[in-house]
Design a protein around this ligand. Structure first.
Ligand code: MIC
Length: 646
């Protein structure tokens, strides 16, 4: 049978299940795991609770790249905790400043045909070299580290045929912006994009990384490119030629859905505030006055991305009223731009050069002024994510960013004239693993004492599902609530990622700064949401913080994939409206009852009843058996413990 690449890799890794139809439950064996510091401490503490001594996955890497602004003891305490934990439990440790996890992983570890999970939604980046790379919550990563298969519904596979070649100034980022324009921020939920066709060979691994990185913004589980000559070139430049294998879909393979992108017809595009799905051609917003341009983050921090910006700005200056930051994706890229002169061109043009960290993308400094327009090559522009509550963030390609930096207003890069000759990354090789520490041997590991700073506290746990659930509506929210709304980004809040009670004090502050106190008074609580509830990041804190405040159920019109998984894993019940008009019946302070909820979950009922003051509505409870078990037990950690005690 002719298989597409996604199906092939899943079949090769299948541990449970065999049916590769969309939605069928499968368990796949995982080859690699990625953790970063902002999600890593919770993942590690949950691994300790699960009680496995050494990680059971062939390769696991703990990166430090998010919480790297060390305002006080909290973040560096987390770094030390994670360094000790990685050494003791058998993981590599990439030190702060060594690079953004996704860039370093694509450079040093990701492999064609491998499966991987990561506690970061942009783990998808490694699809650029032919891995199936999926972003998940910390508990899901901990379970994989403990040697369990990754269990999921089999995805819908969307074949994206690429034909032709990108025109000058149009970039690979425009490919994913085009998919976002077509599908919006939830139009690929539970799907994987697989790229194929003659246009694939025209996009290098740096470009593929930007595309795969932002695939998560469409709601997709991940995206994957075939492993071909471009992959070979990349792995050779990374001095990993033996990791190369040629991989692609079988001749005649079919997909569940299709997209076609004629690369030569694409034009430079922009996602306007406040959603990555709000995409228009640059011409529609050209002329908008801009205060700040930021290049870099886990999208568009590659050598080629920075080289084009440097070429545009060479011997010129950024516009008078404009401030520019540039972030290389990794220490290797920093080295290459230093050697090639790209760094010097950018410095002379007035760019503020940052270290290789996630930085302004998650509000780690460099926030724009109130109401100001900030033009960024990043992947997300949810309101307030930059650190400024009234920000106006446009997501752009590196060519638009460079042209905009030069003129001080959003500019179509095609106005810059001929496309310049660029240096090639391969001329400035910089392979460097010196800042990636290998795990300790098993003997040494026994002697390692893990440093635990005073801000590090174990995650809360839900209670078992009661026979009947009675809860109060704590808040009614609109569509597209992001995990950043639930648990905000930025230096101040994120430094509490290891301390859920403190972190919870910021829950939903954009909607109601007093929400945390109110929710605690109303507990047990219900949150009511619209479409695509929980979009964005993988942070399980967006489930743990509400859990700490007494939230036990979320009723919404739709859920984002990772957040829904996190809710179930932590024992919060995610239910869907059967009739969306019922959303209008919900008001803060009402009490709703879910009669016989435990029994209904145990029975596998796909619909449940909710009652309030004589009103009765039907809600959808579409869970796999695995999910129902977690919910009945009050989350997967409690379920595992109870199973171990039996
Ligand atoms: C993001 O881009 O939103 C983050 C910050 O990388 C998150 C992870 C986190 O919240 O720590 C993600 O993408 O999962």
């Amino acid at each position: 049978m002719a298989d597409n690449l996604v199906t092939k890799i899943f079949k090769e890794h299948m541990q449970n299940g065999s049916n590769v139809e969309p939605g069928e439950e499968v368990g796949i064996q995982i080859d690699q795991a990625l953790l970063q510091d902002a999600t890593g401490t919770m993942a590690c503490m949950q691994l300790e609770q699960i009680g496995v001594g050494r990680v059971q996955v062939p390769l696991a890497v703990q990166y430090i790249d998010h919480n790297v602004i060390q305002l006080d003891h909290k973040n560096p305490d987390d770094h030390l905790f994670l360094q000790g934990f990685a050494a003791k439990y058998g993981m590599y440790y990439s030190k702060p400043g060594n690079g953004i996890c996704h860039y370093v992983h694509v450079e040093r570890f990701a492999k064609p045909g491998a499966t991987m999970v990561g506690a970061d939604s942009h783990t998808t980046s490694s699809g650029s070299v032919g891995s199936i790379a999926i972003g998940v919550g910390g508990l899901d990563v901990a379970l994989v580290l403990a040697g369990r298969p990754f269990e999921t519904g089999f995805p819908t596979v969307i074949g994206v045929e690429l034909t032709g070649e990108l025109q000058d100034w149009v970039t690979p980022k425009d490919v994913i912006l085009e998919l976002l324009r077509r599908r919006g921020v939830s139009g690929a939920t539970n799907s994987i994009f697989e790229f194929y066709g003659p246009g694939v060979a025209t996009i290098d691994v740096t470009g593929r990384t930007s595309i795969c990185n932002m695939s998560t913004e469409t709601g997709a589980t991940t995206a994957i490119f075939p492993s071909d000559d471009r992959t070979r070139e990349w792995l050779e430049a990374q001095q990993r030629p033996d990791d190369f294998v040629e991989l692609g879909a079988d001749e005649g393979a079919e997909y569940d859905e299709y997209e076609h992108i004629a690369l030569d017809e694409l034009e430079p595009m922009v996602a306007q505030p406040h959603s990555p799905g709000n995409v228009v051609p640059v011409s529609e917003v050209a002329g908008t006055k801009v205060y700040q341009v930021c290049i870099g983050s886990s999208a568009n921090s590659g050598f080629e991305d920075l080289a084009i910006a440097a070429a545009v700005l060479r011997d010129k200056s950024v516009a008078t009223d404009l401030v520019m930051t540039v972030t290389p994706g990794s220490r290797q890229i920093l080295n290459s731009i230093a050697e090639s002169g790209v760094y010097a061109d950018l410095v002379r043009a007035g760019a503020r050069m940052l270290e290789p960290i996630c930085g302004p993308c998650v509000g780690m400094g460099y926030a724009p002024p109130s109401d100001a327009v900030s033009v960024r090559t990043f992947n997300r522009n949810f309101p307030g994510r930059s650190g400024t509550q009234t920000d106006q963030v446009y997501l752009v390609t590196p060519t638009i960013a460079a042209a905009t930096a030069l003129y001080g207003e959003i500019t179509d890069p095609r106005e810059l004239g001929d496309y310049p000759d660029l240096p090639k990354a391969s001329m400035y090789p910089a392979v460097d693993d010196a800042q990636i520490l290998p795990p300790a041997s098993e003997d040494e590991a026994d002697k390692i004492e893990i440093h635990r700073g005073p801000n590090i506290h174990e995650p809360p746990e839900a209670e078992e599902m009661p026979d009947e659930f009675k809860g109060t509506v704590t808040i009614v929210l609109p569509d597209d609530i992001s995990t950043g709304d639930l648990t905000p980004d930025g230096v101040e809040v994120m430094s509490f990622r290891s301390n859920v009670p403190e972190l919870a004090k910021f829950t939903l502050r954009r909607f109601d700064p007093e929400f945390p106190e109110k929710a605690q008074e109303m507990a047990p609580g219900i949150i009511v949401g619209g479409e695509n509830y929980g979009q964005g990041s993988s942070r399980e804190h967006a489930a743990l913080a509400p859990l700490h405040l007494g939230i036990r159920a979320v009723i919404a019109k739709g859920f984002a994939r990772i957040h829904r998984r996190n809710l179930v894993a932590q024992g919060i019940l995610p239910l869907l409206f059967k009739n969306e008009e019922d959303y209008d019946q919900f008001e803060q302070g009402q009490e709703w009852t879910l009669p016989d909820i435990r029994e209904r979950l145990n029975n596998g009922d796909t619909e449940v009843t909710a009652q309030s003051n004589g009103t009765e509505i039907t809600l959808q409870a579409q869970f796999s058996e695995r999910e129902r078990n977690m919910l009945v037990h009050g989350g997967f950690r409690r379920q595992l413990r109870e199973e171990q005690e039996e």
